[in-house]
Write a protein of this length. Structure first.
Length: 356
């Protein structure tokens, strides 16, 4: 029996399927332990059998300061550790860093080299005690899967790492370069969480008749941002969207906005937007001060700039007018082939771990 642990709602963990599909294929039994932090009956939504899904239902506000969430994580930790001791799983899969943190004692005592650590986001690695714990989790994992090679800058150098891209579908879109009404459409797609960042983008592109700035996505800051841009005739919001509609939304974009501001969390990660650019044949606008921004330039799939660049808009406009669509699409194909190969290796490693 395999135990899979995730600190959150599994509806928000698409990479869970990488493990459950392999286990189903190998006919190996498994159980999932997760935390419904909003108490939305996630086990019913996903259709999982209650017998193999242990849900900790305890509300915890995600945007609250981490110091105030310690007791919440402690509660979840007690819930998880009791189940692990009762069930005596042969092996574990830890989805996210905090999933490992809350069971660290069990890992070091009973599961050395008997778990996969799936690392997707940087968090508190710049804090020494947390860094020590993280290093222990990496050291004693069978292997650690990472969603960005940028994380190698902050993870221990002697870890056993496997690249795990946030990309599962490889359906591509061929297109021609088109400007509607002679304007370049810059499109942001995703949740609206940082209002200051979005306001900066609105200020940059607002009322410049060379651009349209379109924002696809919802969130608690949506109304604030709509009100903020109310007087701008080239800034448009479409609100929340379903994942199945994403492709149609991206079709109408000329350049995908992926210029996240600098932060410890953003600097080393690689978001889904990177793969959207490759799959939907759309250039990316990145931040040159981040790993993703440097990768965009290195791979020749867009333009990355510093927010303080005085010619920010001119460089973006000129890039779009001048870039060669055919050369760009060939580069997307080459990069997607590399992604496919690394994903095949990742899935092979998962299966090897389960049957060994």
């Amino acid at each position: 029996m395999i135990g899979i642990i995730y600190v959150g709602s599994i509806n928000r963990c698409p990479y869970l399927k990488n493990y459950t599909s392999s286990l189903d294929e190998l006919s190996i039994e498994y159980e999932i332990i997760s935390w419904d932090r909003s108490t939305n009956s996630q086990h019913e939504v996903t259709g999982l059998n209650a017998k193999n899904h242990h849900v900790f239902e305890f509300q915890s506000i995600e945007l609250r300061h981490p110091i105030f969430k310690i007791s919440d994580f402690s509660r979840f930790g007690k819930f998880v550790n009791k189940i692990i001791r009762d069930k005596q799983y042969e092996k574990l899969v830890l989805l996210s860093t905090m999933s490992g943190v809350v069971v660290l004692r069990e890992l070091l005592k009973n599961y050395k080299n008997k778990y996969i650590f799936d690392y997707r986001d940087a968090s508190f690695e710049n804090i020494k005690p947390f860094k020590w714990i993280l290093n222990k989790i990496v050291k004693y994992s069978a292997f650690t899967s990472i969603s960005s090679k940028g994380f190698l800058n902050i993870l221990p150098s002697d870890g056993k790492y496997v690249m795990a891209h946030n990309c599962s579908s490889f359906e591509t879109l061929t297109r021609e370069k088109v400007r509607k009404n002679n304007k370049v459409t810059i499109g942001y797609i995703g949740g609206l969480r940082e209002s200051d960042y979005m306001k900066l983008l609105i200020d940059i592109f607002g009322n410049d008749n060379r651009f349209q700035f379109v924002i696809h996505g919802g969130g608690e800051n949506l109304k604030e941002l709509v009100d903020y841009s109310n007087d701008l005739n080239n800034v448009h919001f479409t609100g929340e969207y379903l994942e199945k509609d994403k492709k149609d939304l991206v079709k109408e974009i000329d350049i995908i906005c992926y210029n996240y501001p600098q932060s410890f969390v953003n600097n080393f990660a690689l978001a889904n937007k990177y793969y959207d650019g490759l799959l939907y044949r759309k250039p990316l606008l990145g931040n040159i001060n981040t790993y993703s921004g440097k990768l965009i330039v290195e791979n020749n799939i867009g333009i990355s700039l510093d927010f303080d660049d005085k010619e920010y808009k001119e460089k973006i406009y000129n890039y779009f007018v001048e870039y060669d669509v055919q050369v760009f699409e060939k580069q997307c194909d080459l990069l997607l082939e590399e992604v496919k190969k690394e994903n095949i290796n990742y899935k092979d490693k998962i299966k090897e771990f389960f049957i060994s």
